[in-house]
Design a protein around this ligand. Structure first.
Ligand SMILES: Cc1cc2nc3c(=O)[nH]c(=O)nc-3n(C[C@H](O)[C@H](O)[C@H](O)COP(=O)(O)O)c2cc1C
Length: 195
């Protein structure tokens, strides 16, 4: 099945000052947009997400930032998590954000861009993201580990390691292919002729 345009939410995983992972997050968002998808980068820096106390669906008046995140997740056909590796896992801020929701993730296609300053591309964060996605009853999908992020992107966010051009392009295609498996197919609206 081929869907012409998907609703994709890219989730930036850290609010650290001087974060480098924002560069691949912006880059991949632009790639999806260029391919004609309806894509948004969710940057929690702009939402003042509170420390987790209870899930969005369990409270009468969820925090507006959490509620907005929940609505965006519900509308998305694919979630792309961009996460640097912090202390062999994902950033606490990302785990806190993700924990605010639960039913909203069900059956959603997940993909991952993990980031490290060294040569391992954040693969331990990736493994944790897989486990988290399975707990959500969602669908773990393709990944793109970005190693040596300081050499891959310059300070302005320009991709300088050109070997990543093809890798991002391939990743974007894989994300779409993965997500399309879980998008309900269009039902024909042609009325049946009764005899
Ligand atoms: C708190 C912290 C913990 C880190 N732990 C790891 C780690 O366990 N493994 C690793 O490969 N890199 C680790 N790093 C390096 C980061 O992966 C690297 O700095 C990357 O650029 C972080 O993404 P950011 O710039 O978006 O914060 C750590 C960095 C920070 C700030």
């Amino acid at each position: 099945m081929t869907t012409s345009s998907l609703n994709i939410l890219v989730v930036q995983g850290t609010i650290r000052e001087g974060r480098n992972s924002i560069h691949p997050a912006r880059y991949v968002t632009a790639q999806f947009r260029e391919k004609g998808h309806d894509v948004e980068l969710f940057d929690m820096k702009n939402y003042d997400i509170p420390l987790f106390r209870n899930q969005r669906n369990a409270v009468d008046y969820p925090h507006p930032g959490v509620d907005e995140f929940g609505q965006k997740v519900e509308a998305a056909q694919a979630l792309v998590i961009v996460a640097p590796e912090y202390n062999h896992s994902i950033p606490g801020t990302l785990k806190n954000l993700l924990d605010h929701l639960y039913p909203e993730y069900e059956d959603t296609a997940f993909s991952y861009v993990t980031v490290s300053a060294g040569g391992f591309g954040g693969v331990r964060a990736l493994s944790h993201l897989h486990d988290i996605t399975l707990e959500f009853n969602a669908h773990p999908g393709p990944d793109l580990p970005v190693s040596n992020v300081h050499d891959a992107f310059d300070e302005d966010g320009t991709l300088i390691d050109k070997t990543y051009e093809d890798r991002f392009e391939e990743f974007v295609e894989q994300v779409v292919e993965h997500a399309e498996q879980f998008v309900p197919s269009t039902v024909s609206t042609t009325p049946e002729t009764s005899v």
